[in-house]
Design a protein around this ligand. Structure first.
Ligand code: PEP
Ligand code: MN
Length: 357
């Protein structure tokens, strides 16, 4: 997929950061148009609204359906904004294209389903569609499935293709509604360097107050844009109300974003990176020294017929090191992970010693 093209609307490349905003769901004509006008006055160029809503349980608001497409047409006529919506079936694709929706995205539940993805891809190919398509990450943290979904759309002839990182679902209570697992979109960037990646802080955070810090993090990591849910009256939204912000709050969030360009202060960065390289070398040397001592201990245990694993000693190492790490400002979780990995390698090396004759 080396010939993926930059995202464009009306023949124009989109400036970074690409901002897409609008309500989770189109609810009424008035709500759609009021929100769109407020966004447009604040300079937003791409409007989003869910017309068909995938809901976890039956009985929730499942979207207004086809009549909502007329409201999107009005948004375009009255504000000049480009419009976008989520498609999940062949019928959605056909209806959205017929209504002149400018950009389509595929939701996280759909991108997890190869049958649904193929149906959408076939509908795009049959229509010889030339719309930009954004594919959200599947709900489960599976990069191959995400790439597979993108490939299906690419194989349908779509070259203006992008990804949306909206976080990954996890069981139990967490700070985030969907865990960011940033390493996954970062690995996607490494594998497909010319694929634009847009962050969806609204669905990652699930809470209004997390939208700004997540947006900043995404920009710091070099994402190409943001899709943020906004609503003229978030507290009365019919879906995802706790994560939607007003157009004015959105404006504030965007104005406080710090955009760092690649070329900015590269000299200082080079110096700092050299320091990191040196420290990493020292870390490796230190770890190697530790392994050497571990092997000597292995030799001692072998000669004295002692078992390799000594739980009390391990617990003691964990406790003292984790406490020290916390005093130094590192997280206990991080230290436990590092120690567990070091311990695993030490045990492996000691077992090698035991097995030597
Ligand atoms: C949405 O964008 O409103 C939506 C349903 O998102 P997701 O597919 O990421 O859950
Ligand atoms: Mn939503």
């Amino acid at each position: 997929m080396e010939d993926i093209l930059p995202l464009q609307l009306n023949g124009q490349d989109l400036d970074r950061p690409i901002i897409i905003s609008g309500p989770c769901s189109a609810e009424t004509e008035e709500q759609v148009l009021t929100t769109a006008h407020e966004l447009s006055q604040n300079g937003i160029k791409i409007f989003r609204a869910g017309i068909w809503k995938p809901r976890t349980k039956p009985g929730g608001f499942e979207g207004v359906g086809v009549p909502g497409l007329e409201w999107l047409k009005k948004v375009k006529e009255e504000t000049g904004m480009a419009t976008s919506t989520e498609v999940a079936t062949r019928a959605h694709v056909e209806a959205a294209l017929a209504a002149g929706v400018d950009l389509l995205w595929i939701g996280a539940r759909t991108s997890a389903n190869p049958f649904a993805m193929q149906e959408i891809a076939d509908a795009l190919a049959d229509a010889k569609a030339d719309v930009p398509v954004l594919v959200k990450n599947p709900v489960n943290p599976d990069l191959e499935l995400w790439i597979g979904a993108l490939q299906r759309i690419y194989n349908a002839g779509i070259r203006r293709l992008g990804a949306i990182h909206r976080g990954f679902s996890a069981y139990g209570k967490h700070l985030y509604r969907n865990l960011p697992q940033w390493h996954i979109p970062i690995e996607l960037r490494r594998r497909m360097p010319n694929l634009p990646i847009i962050c969806d802080p609204s669905h990652i955070g699930g809470k209004r107050e997390l939208v700004a810090p997540l947006s900043q993090q995404a920009m710091d990591m070099g994402f190409d844009g943001l899709i943020i849910e906004s609503h003229c009256e978030p507290d009365s939204a019919w879906s995802d109300k706790s994560q939607q912000v007003t157009p004015d709050v959105l404006n504030y969030i965007l104005n406080t974003l710090v955009l760092r360009s690649e070329s900015q202060s590269t000299e200082n960065l080079t110096l700092l990176r050299q320091q990191i390289d040196t420290i990493d070398n020292e870390l490796l040397e230190t770890l190697n020294k530790r392994m050497r001592v571990s092997r000597e201990i292995g030799q001692y245990k072998k000669e004295h017929r002692m078992p390799v694993l000594q739980a009390a000693r391990y617990d003691d190492i964990m406790q003292t090191r984790v406490k020290l790490a916390e005093e130094m400002g590192m997280s206990a979780e991080f230290m436990r992970t590092v120690l567990a990995a070091i311990h695993e390698e030490s045990v492996r090396q000691q077992i090698n010693v035991l097995n030597q004759r």
